[in-house]
Write a protein of this length. Structure first.
Length: 115
């Protein structure tokens, strides 16, 4: 019975972990955008990173560490696209290949909720 309950809550853990990844990545973007040693972008960045960490802690209540933690790798994908859209960084073939590997890895490792 406990295993079926855990399976039902697993998608909630995934969703919260993806929110954590989005928050931490956005927080890092704000750190990059801050122009001085202490300004509003830096404060927003720390706040978002903190929210991401709290979300990660909460998400671990809904599943196993080894199944949920790989979803944080989505942050690498987000940071690549954030760099492209907000910082005018280029996305090369190697980056796209890396993104594909991350997506496959998250699907294979984190997507399996069976024991």
């Amino acid at each position: 019975m406990a295993q079926s309950k855990e399976k039902n809550l697993y998608p909630i853990g995934i969703a919260i972990m993806l929110v954590a990844s989005l928050c931490t990545t956005t927080g890092q973007l704000f750190w990059k955008l801050s122009e001085s040693s202490f300004n509003i972008e830096l404060i927003i960045g720390f706040f978002l990173y903190f929210v991401g960490a709290v979300c990660m802690i909460i998400a671990f209540r809904f599943g196993e560490l080894s199944k949920l933690h790989p979803f944080l790798s989505v942050g690498y994908i987000l940071s690549t696209f954030f760099g492209y859209f907000f910082l005018q960084e280029e996305i090369g073939l190697m980056s796209l290949t890396g993104i594909a590997f991350i997506m496959v890895g998250v699907t294979l490792i984190g997507g399996d909720s069976s024991k």
